[in-house]
Design a protein. Structure first.
Length: 424
């Protein structure tokens, strides 16, 4: 649905825009098919390491979803011979959550030989312009523009990131749809848009003619898959060559009746009506046929993108269900922790109560001991006095013992005097 709306809006804008002439030799995917035989793309050369890009009916897979560390590129064999031009590139990047990789859009001289499958970090001395899209510094998606005149060796430069002259953030991974990069090189400005929004613009850049368009991509160990659906190059300021260009009018991809130039390209005015009688029947039929082909192409692409989006949503819902289950378990643990907290509070209250009771009991015991000690010291003098015998009793004992000794001595003397005397 998103693709259909974007396609209709693109048709409306192109119908009201300045006349553009499709350079079919420099484009692919604009007529509903990438390759007539699924083995090669006319006027383009495919490169890859270790495996070449895979060609499908409606896209080219530069780097597959697996394995990682893949490089792929597609280079135009013919050079652009116009000073004013536009280029539209539809691509899609998808991969795991932490996947990584980059895709480059080149407009350089002899890019197939000087650049090949290189990225902005592995390219040598190229001459021209490159637009790189990657996950620079964990930004979630970054678009940056680089220029080189063939004198700087990007591969050996100490800080390639500092050479960017323009940049903007653009989350291009896992969108469930293709993304569009629009390059416009005019006489007074060079403009880069992503998904219809301005990325950066400069009036100081003039790229020479005679360079080749190319797209290269590289995946990391945890790979991103880069798919290219179309490269549409159109010129604006010179008459088209009938053998290599067609007028772009109602749709940027089909051959339709001659365009009507607009004096103010920035305004959205209704195109002038042309009576049907003035258009040949075969031209009308070809226009209707081309419109139906474009519509069927967008319907098929929208169905494929809707299927991819449904699978992505199913995967996200599964992940969300798993996260909800983990969250439920965490909530149960939280409830258990709340119960533990209540038990701990109860134990803490009991400990405080026991501590208070012990403190009161100890206080009573200490106070009792203190009272006993105080009473003992107060009555100590009386106890000592009452415990010591009186001096009168002591005197009686002393005098009595002396009297007993005197009486005993007198009795001894008397007895000795009364004994009979012995004479020899």
């Amino acid at each position: 649905m998103v693709l259909i709306k974007s396609s209709l809006s693109s048709l409306a804008l192109v119908a009201c825009a300045q006349a553009r002439y499709l350079a079919s030799d420099l484009s692919f995917g604009h007529n509903g098919k990438i390759s007539p035989n699924l083995r090669a793309i006319p006027n383009f050369h495919l490169l890859g390491h270790p495996n070449p890009p895979e060609i499908l009916s409606n896209k080219v897979i530069l780097t597959p979803p697996a394995p990682g560390n893949q490089r792929g590129a597609i280079w135009g064999e013919k050079a652009l011979q116009s000073a004013e031009w536009t280029a539209d590139i539809d691509f899609r990047a998808s991969g795991p959550e932490h996947g990584d990789g980059n895709i480059q859009i080149w407009y350089v001289k002899d890019g197939q030989n000087t650049v090949g499958t290189s990225s902005i970090y592995t390219a040598g001395k190229f001459d021209g312009f490159v637009l790189t899209l990657d996950q620079y510094s964990g930004s979630g998606g970054m678009v940056r523009g680089f220029l080189n005149d063939g004198t700087h060796d990007y591969k050996s430069h100490h800080s390639v990131d500092s050479l960017a002259f323009g940049h903007c953030k653009f989350a291009f991974r896992n969108l469930g749809r293709s993304s569009r990069v629009h390059l416009r090189h005019g006489a007074t400005s060079f403009r880069v848009e992503v998904d219809g929004n301005l990325c950066f613009e400069s009036s100081k850049i003039q790229l020479p003619m005679g360079y080749n368009f190319g797209i290269s991509a590289a995946s990391a160990q945890n790979p991103d898959s880069f798919e290219v659906f179309e490269l549409v190059v159109a010129t604006e300021t010179h008459k088209p060559e009938h053998d290599s260009q067609h007028v772009i009018h109602d749709t940027p991809k089909e051959n339709t009746p001659p365009p009507v130039a607009q004096s103010n390209p920035g305004a959205y005015n209704d195109p002038p009506e042309i009576p049907a009688s003035e258009i040949p029947v075969d031209v009308q039929f070809a226009d209707l046929h081309n419109r139906l082909q474009a519509m069927m192409k967008h319907i098929v692409r929208s169905q494929a993108d809707a299927h991819d989006f449904q699978e992505m949503q199913t995967h996200k819902i599964t992940e969300l269900s798993n996260q909800v289950a983990l969250l439920s378990k965490a909530i149960e643990k939280f409830d258990y922790l709340q119960g533990m907290e209540k038990k701990i509070d109860h134990i803490s209250y009991d400990v405080k109560q026991t501590k208070s009771d012990l403190h009161d009991t100890l206080k009573l015991q200490v106070q009792g001991i203190k009272n006993v000690v105080e009473d003992h010291h107060d009555n100590l003098k009386e106890h000592v006095i009452s415990s010591i015998p009186s001096i009168f009793a002591y005197t009686i004992v002393v005098l009595g013992s002396q009297g007993v000794l005197i009486v005993a001595f007198l009795l001894y003397k008397r007895r000795k005097a009364n004994k009979p005397k012995k004479y020899l």
